[in-house]
Design a protein around this ligand. Structure first.
Ligand SMILES: [Ca+2]
Length: 170
């Protein structure tokens, strides 16, 4: 598990369109009647992990799996409502420490070639390791407005891991 917390105007650049369904654990969250929200990853058929700053109470939150193009119906999607949403009890809104959240699904995800749990790490990451981040974030800065055409296909980027003591010296 790698967390990337950035300042308000920091961006990840240099991304590319993911190979279709190459990250079958990647999901995005919606609330109410389908408002697109944060990203998340499927851990197993009942549970997903996201960020605590994405908290929405369970009756309103849903996970969306099997997605690639969020603006077209591809026949691979699963939308499942959340039954429980559990932010890390030590989450700090001040500095985003412990920015993790577990989501229990109201029914199990159906695994297939488009929906699979994320392979969890078996050892700690080291500084300098390369890691892949992905999602459907905005691709241009619109001052907060989401506009159709931005990040509609699943995007990937590779980052090199730095630990805080390294970041603080550059
Ligand atoms: Ca779709």
């Amino acid at each position: 598990m790698v967390t990337v917390v950035m300042g308000e105007d920091d961006k990840i650049i240099g991304g590319y369109e993911c190979h279709r369904h190459s990250q079958p654990w990647q999901m995005y969250l919606t609330y109410d009647d389908g408002v697109r929200w944060c990203g998340a990853s499927l851990i197993n058929e009942w549970w997903a992990v996201s960020a605590a700053h994405c908290y929405i109470p369970p009756p309103r939150l849903a996970v969306n799996l099997g997605e690639h193009d969020i603006y077209s119906e591809e026949g691979t999607e699963q939308r499942i409502w959340a039954e429980k949403v559990i932010p890390h009890p030590g989450y700090s809104t001040y500095n985003h420490d412990n920015d993790f959240m577990l989501i229990k699904l109201s029914q199990p995800a159906a695994f297939n070639q488009y929906v699979q749990p994320v392979p969890l790490a078996t050892s700690c990451a080291q500084a300098g390791d390369r890691c892949l981040v992905s999602g459907w974030g905005n691709m241009i800065n619109t001052g907060g407005e989401r506009v159709r055409g931005e990040g509609e296909e699943h995007q990937s980027a590779t980052l090199q891991l730095k630990f805080p003591f390294t970041c603080n010296t550059v």
